[in-house]
Design a protein around this ligand. Structure first.
Ligand SMILES: [Zn+2]
Length: 80
């Protein structure tokens, strides 16, 4: 799995909706990719804070903003 795919799957992963096989691949990637670990960690914390204050869950616009942020970050970096 590449960083790009990790970013594509990240919201499903955080939501626990990702296919178990892909979860394994994603976690294997996280073991050796610090960039993605940071992204997943940041996403996790953001979602936790958000769920804490807003029980309705993460709205689409917030999700899209986060995704856009991570996409931009990764566009600047060379692929692994
Ligand atoms: Zn990565």
């Amino acid at each position: 799995m590449r960083c790009r795919q990790v970013i594509d799957k990240i919201s499903e992963y955080i939501d626990g909706e990702l296919d178990p096989e892909l979860v394994r691949e994603l976690e294997r990637h996280l073991e050796h990719c610090e960039d993605c670990r940071i992204v997943v960690d940041t996403m996790h914390k953001t979602v936790e804070i958000f769920y804490h204050t807003e029980p309705a869950g993460l709205p689409d616009d917030v999700r899209q903003r986060l995704n856009g942020m991570f996409t931009q970050r990764f566009r600047k970096e060379k692929p692994h």
